[in-house]
Design a protein. Structure first.
Length: 182
C-alpha cells in the first residue's frame, strides 16, 4: 500500500493520476468512522497518553532540532520525522516508576508477534519472551502488520482465545504459518 501511495503521489505531482491512483488516495485519506459516544481523536489521544506516560522524554528543544537535522541528512526519505519533537517533550515525568522486566514472575503472559511488524519488530517480541524466562508463552506468526489476533491466522486466534477463555498458556511456543500474507 505504501508503494502504491508513493506512486499515486508522484503521479499526482506530475498531473497524471490514474483511476487506480485515485482509489489509493481515497483509501489513504479516508477518515476512520467514529463510534457513537467516542471522540474522533480517542485513538490519537490514547496513543499519546501511553507513549508519553511510559517513560520520561527529553525536554531539550534544541536537542530535538539537532537530531532532526542530522536525520534529514542521513535518511532524507523520512525528512527527520522520527527524531522530531513530540508532545511528550512537554509532559511531566511518568506518575509511576518504570516496571523492570525480569525472569522469575508468574507464568501469565501471552506474547503475540508477527514476523513482519514494522511497529514492534520480531526481535522485540523474542527478546521480551526471553526476558520473562518461563513467565511467558510466545505465539509467532509468519505475517505482516501490527495486529495478530483476528488478522488471518486461525492458529494464533486459537492460542489467544484459549488463553483468554481459560487463563492457560500454550505448553510450548507456537509458530503459526497459516496466516493470510500481508
Amino acid at each position: 500500500m505504501l508503494a502504491k501511495f508513493w506512486e499515486a503521489a508522484d503521479n499526482l505531482t506530475h498531473g497524471s493520476t490514474t483511476a487506480a491512483d485515485q482509489e489509493v488516495l481515497k483509501e489513504v485519506f479516508a477518515a476512520t468512522p467514529t463510534s457513537p459516544g467516542i471522540p474522533a481523536d480517542n485513538q490519537a489521544t490514547m496513543f499519546m497518553a501511553l507513549t508519553c506516560g511510559d517513560a520520561e522524554w527529553p525536554h531539550d528543544v534544541d536537542g530535538y532540532a539537532a537530531r532532526t537535522t542530522a536525520d534529514r541528512e542521513k535518511w532524507p526519505l523520512t525528512a527527520g520525522m522520527p527524531a522530531n519533537i513530540w508532545a511528550c517533550a512537554y509532559w511531566d515525568k511518568p506518575a509511576e516508576t518504570t516496571v523492570k522486566v525480569t525472569k522469575g514472575g508468574p507464568r501469565n503472559t501471552l506474547i503475540l508477534q508477527n514476523r513482519r511488524d514494522n511497529a514492534t519488530p520480531w526481535e522485540g517480541g523474542v527478546g521480551l519472551h526471553k526476558s520473562l524466562g518461563g513467565g511467558s508463552a510466545f505465539v509467532g506468526v509468519d505475517n505482516g502488520g501490527h495486529y495478530v489476533y483476528g488478522a488471518g491466522s486461525a492458529c494464533a486466534d486459537k492460542a489467544t482465545v484459549g488463553f483468554l477463555a481459560t487463563g492457560h498458556l500454550p505448553d510450548k511456543d507456537v509458530h503459526c504459518t497459516d496466516a493470510t500474507q500481508k
